[in-house]
Write a protein that binds this ligand. Structure first.
Ligand SMILES: *Cc1c(COP(=O)(O)O)cnc(C)c1O
Length: 385
C-alpha cells in the first residue's frame, strides 16, 4: 500500500487530512508504542505513560501558542457541539444574564440555540440575510457591553469565511470556536478568555476537543448543579482525565503538535505554508470568474476552506467525477450549501494544493466554452492523469 498516494490528495472538510509522518507513527503505535511494547489502544489512561502524553501535549500547545499557566488546557470529548451548550451553562447563571453572539454562518448558527436555553442572547451581527458571504467589520457590530461573554466562530467551515481581525470588545470575555482554523496561524491568545477546537479538522483524529481557558474565566464558571462531565471545574481538577479520555485521539494530537514544532517550526511557518496553499487555489478561481464562483466575499475568504461553485450543477458533478478519477477526494460542498469545497487544513501539503490547482485549471480550459459541458465527455482528451 502506498500511503502517500492515498492521503496526498485528501481535501476533506473534516475529519481532515493528517501529515503522513503522523499516520505512520500512529500505525506503528496501534501495534506497539515504541519503548512500551503495548498497543496504544490497550494502555491504561491511568498509566505514567499516558500522564506524560497529556503533559507533553499541554506543554507543546503552550509553546506553540506562547501562553503560560494562567491558561488551563483541557482535552474533552463531545466535540465542539457539546461546548455550544457547556459554555452558556457554565457562564449564564441566571435567565436574565446576557451573552453576545455573532451569527456568521452554519456553525455559529448552531451555537446560538444552546445559549438561548440558559440566558438572553444578543446577536450583534447576523449574516444570514446576505447568504453568509460576508463577515462584520468593527463598525457593523452592536455589542452589549454588560454581556457575560462574547462568542464567535473564527472560520466558518461550510461557507469558507474567515475573520482576519479579532472582533469584539476587550472588556467582554471573548470566547472563540476555532475548530477549523486553530493552529493554522499565530493567535493572539491574550485577547481570548477561551478558545476551543475539536481535533478532527486541523489537529488530529475525531474524539478530542482542545479547550484553552483563562483562569479568570474558570473562576466565573458554574460550580454547583452541573453534571460532572459538563463541569469545567471537574475537568480542570482532574487534569483532563476525569473519566476514560480518548487515549488514541490525544496520542495522535500529541504527534501532530510535535510535527508542528519539529517539522514545520511553529505557527508563523504554518501560516506561511497555509497562505501559499490557499493562494494557488484562489489564483485559479480568480483567473476565470465566469467559470468559477467563490462563495465568500474576497475580503473574508478563508485560507482553510474554499467554498465555490461552477456555473451549472451538472458541471459540478462532472468536476467531482473527474477529480475522483485522478485521486482528489473530499471536494463536495457541505450538504446545506451544495457546490464544491476545498479544505486546506494543516495536514494538506503545498504540493497537493498545487496539483489540485493544475487539475482545476485544465478542467476549466477543457469546459470553458462548452455550452452544456456536463453531458459531454471528450474522449480524446479525457481527464488528466
Ligand atoms: C465542524 C465544526 C463544528 C462541529 O464540531 P463537532 O466536533 O462535530 O461537534 C463546530 N464548529 C466549527 C467551526 C466546525 O467547523
Amino acid at each position: 500500500m502506498n500511503l502517500g498516494n492515498l492521503n496526498d490528495n485528501n481535501f476533506s472538510a473534516g475529519p481532515g487530512a493528517l501529515p503522513e509522518s503522523v499516520l505512520l507513527q500512529a500505525r506503528e503505535a496501534i501495534l506497539s508504542v515504541p519503548g512500551i511494547g503495548l498497543s496504544v489502544l490497550g494502555i491504561s489512561h491511568r498509566s505514567d505513560w499516558f500522564a506524560n502524553v497529556v503533559a507533553q501535549a499541554q506543554s507543546d500547545l503552550r509553546s506553540l501558542l506562547g501562553i503560560d499557566d494562567s491558561y488551563h488546557i483541557l482535552f474533552l470529548q463531545g466535540g465542539s457541539s457539546l461546548l455550544f451548550g457547556m459554555i452558556p451553562q457554565a457562564l449564564l447563571h441566571h435567565p436574565n444574564e446576557r451573552a453576545d453572539y455573532i451569527r456568521s454562518g452554519y456553525w455559529s448558527s448552531k451555537s446560538i440555540p444552546d445559549a438561548q436555553l440558559f440566558g438572553k442572547v444578543n446577536v450583534g451581527w447576523d449574516g444570514s440575510s446576505g447568504g453568509y458571504r460576508n463577515l462584520p467589520t468593527a463598525g457593523d457590530l452592536s455589542f452589549d457591553d454588560k454581556a457575560s461573554y462574547f462568542h464567535y466562530v473564527s472560520n466558518e467551515t461550510v461557507e469558507g469565511l474567515q475573520f482576519h481581525d479579532i472582533p469584539g470588545i476587550d472588556s467582554v470575555s471573548r470566547i472563540c470556536d476555532m475548530s477549523s482554523d486553530f493552529l493554522s496561524k499565530p493567535i493572539d491568545c491574550e485577547r481570548y478568555a477561551m478558545i476551543y477546537a475539536h481535533a478532527q479538522k486541523n489537529l488530529g483524529p475525531a474524539g478530542v476537543t482542545v479547550v484553552v481557558m483563562h483562569e479568570s474565566l474558570l473562576d466565573r464558571c458554574r460550580r454547583r448543579d452541573v453534571p460532572a462531565m459538563l463541569s469545567f471545574h471537574r475537568h480542570v481538577e482532574a487534569g483532563s482525565v476525569y473519566n476514560t479520555p480518548p487515549v488514541f485521539a490525544i496520542y495522535v494530537l500529541g504527534l501532530v503538535l510535535r510535527w508542528m514544532l519539529d517539522s514545520i517550526g511553529g505557527l508563523e511557518q504554518m501560516d506561511r505554508v497555509n497562505t501559499r496553499k490557499a493562494t494557488c487555489i484562489y489564483d485559479v478561481l480568480d483567473k476565470d470568474r465566469d467559470f468559477w464562483e467563490v462563495h465568500a466575499h474576497p475580503k473574508f475568504r478563508s485560507a482553510m476552506n474554499i467554498a465555490f461553485r461552477l456555473r451549472s450543477p451538472q458541471l459540478e458533478s462532472t468536476f467531482l467525477q473527474e477529480a475522483e478519477q485522478v485521486g482528489f477526494r473530499g471536494l463536495e460542498g457541505h450538504r446545506t450549501l451544495g457546490g464544491l469545497r476545498i479544505s486546506l487544513y494543516n495536514g494538506v501539503e503545498y504540493s497537493s494544493a498545487c496539483r489540485l490547482a493544475t487539475f482545476m485549471e485544465e478542467f476549466s480550459n477543457r469546459y470553458r466554452n462548452k455550452g452544456d459541458a456536463g453531458d459531454q465527455h471528450n474522449n480524446e482528451r479525457g481527464p488528466l492523469k
